[in-house]
Design a protein around this ligand. Structure first.
Ligand code: UDP
Length: 453
């Protein structure tokens, strides 16, 4: 710890919610180990420095118009961010590295989707470590994309969705990452480029823990990246005491969630949120709404602006018909919500952060993955950890109602609920003295100190 004092780390998150949160939490962890932390962020989705007064923030002049920022073409959006950031980041790094008043910089920590950071860091001979904000299992699937292509699983064919991927148990073809807003070849390129990034880095950090993804971590270490040190030091927010108090949300959290939850019976509420990007069509939205209403369970539902393509068509009389049994907000303090004793299930899109946050609170999941790594995370939740049920037989309201009741009140859900609590206990242990994430974090600190910028 003493050696890290007087050294600075530069952290550059991809400017999206699911990437920003873990990067800032990692910053807190490394700050607690003595490093000074500088965050580089874009004007697009810019961060609020006052939420982290112990960090230094540097904004680079990179903005996107509303149409450029549209998730309708996610591949193009990522290429644009990578292209627009190169020069402003180079200038920013030159300034940061030449500032004699500041602590010397030990390394850059960036997201593997920001691939331009490689050449910029190399030009300053600055070591670069990557933080992958998704899970290890999905990264192992990404690293296997060339093999999956060679074996004919990719590009995905609709006629083969139910076939098992024998090389990657327990996945079926339908669980392989895909992105409907990106053509299959561009998506393949995007993923293989990202999965190659660690090979040119000084290390790879995951927000996960050994007991959760042991097998995938072993595959990554042995097969995919035998020469790169890998550090599973999550769940970050469990060790980062500042995580629950300092908001990193791009939208304002509606605290009415908590007072509403305070009025509900223990483990009775279904918390429903599909993260910061996923969106549904109007017809799906109606099925979700009526499925929730018909389940007879109280629910807290995050309906983010833009969640529904088109308008936000709450069925006429829907909200009134709930008689207070449902609470709807635009953005929730999710970690606080999941930790609340009234919450009994999480209907999630299985973004990695949401999945991990649910695991940490022992909340069983209803899994409705939408794209990319969410499909892998959902299969893990339902078939490997067995702490959730997938909505696999369609999104009709009767299926939704049935699945909610099965998970929350029926005998069949009892084992799932029990396993979720047991998995939470494992998550709680990893930051204890000698716990796997605690050791891995110490390993990361030593590794950073051994790098020669
Ligand atoms: N989140 C939140 N309030 C909400 C919905 C989501 O604070 O109402 C947070 C959630 O806790 C998580 C992040 O936003 O940390 C979403 O990340 P995730 O990886 O689950 O999904 P993504 O948004 O990247 O699809």
């Amino acid at each position: 710890m003493e050696q890290s004092r007087g050294l600075r780390l530069i952290l550059f998150p991809l400017p999206f919610q699911g990437h920003i949160n873990p990067m800032l939490e990692l910053g807190n962890l490394l700050h607690s180990k003595g490093f000074s932390i500088t965050i580089v962020h874009t004007k697009f989705n810019s961060l609020n420095p006052s939420s982290h007064p112990h960090f230094t923030f540097h904004s680079i002049p990179v903005d996107l118009s509303e149409s450029e920022a549209s998730m309708k073409e996610a591949g193009r959006l990522l290429s644009l961010i990578n292209a627009k950031c190169v020069e402003p980041f180079r200038e920013c790094l030159a300034t940061l590295l030449s500032d004699a008043e500041e602590d010397p910089v030990a390394c850059l920590i960036s997201d593997p989707l920001l691939h331009f950071t490689r050449s910029v860091a190399e030009s300053f001979e600055l070591p670069r470590i990557l933080l992958r904000t998704g899970g290890a299992a999905s990264f192992a699937v990404y690293a296997a994309f060339p093999l999956l292509k060679e074996k004919g699983y990719l590009p995905i064919q609709d006629s083969r969705l139910e076939e098992p991927v024998t090389e990657l148990s327990p996945f079926k073809v339908k669980d392989l990452p895909r992105l409907d807003t990106c053509d299959p070849e561009s998506f393949y390129q995007l993923i293989t480029n990202m999965a190659n990034e660690p090979k040119a880095s000084s290390g790879l950090i995951f927000n996960t823990f050994e007991d959760l993804e042991q097998h995938a971590l072993a595959t990554l270490r042995q097969d995919s990246y035998p020469n790169i040190p890998i550090f599973p030091i999550g769940p970050f927010h469990k060790c980062d005491s500042a995580a629950s108090s300092s908001s990193t949300g791009l939208l304002t959290e509606d605290q009415s969630c908590i007072s509403w939850l305070n009025t509900q019976a223990p483990k009775s509420v279904v918390y429903v949120s599909f993260g910061s990007i996923a969106a549904v069509k109007e017809a799906q939205f109606l099925e979700i709404a009526w499925g929730l209403a018909n389940s007879n369970q109280p629910f807290l539902w995050v309906v983010r602006p833009g969640f529904v393509h088109g308008s936000e068509p709450f069925p006429r009389g829907f909200v009134e018909s709930l008689n207070g049994r449902g609470h709807i907000v635009q953005w929730a303090p999710q970690k606080q919500v999941l930790a609340h004793p009234a919450v009994g299930a999480f209907w999630t899109h299985n973004g990695w952060n949401s999945t991990l946050e649910s695991v940490c609170e022992g909340v069983p999941m209803i899994c409705m993955p939408c794209f990319t790594d969410q499909l892998v995370n959902a299969r893990y939740a339902s078939d490997v950890w067995k702490v959730g049920l997938q909505l696999e037989d369609g999104m009709e309201r009767c299926m939704i109602e049935k699945t909610i009741r099965k998970l929350m009140v029926e005998k069949e859900g009892e084992e799932i609920r029990d396993r979720a609590l047991k998995l939470m206990e494992k998550a709680n242990l990893c930051f204890n003295r000698g716990g796997s994430s605690c050791q891995s974090l110490d390993g990361l600190v030593k590794h950073i100190l051994s790098l020669e910028p």
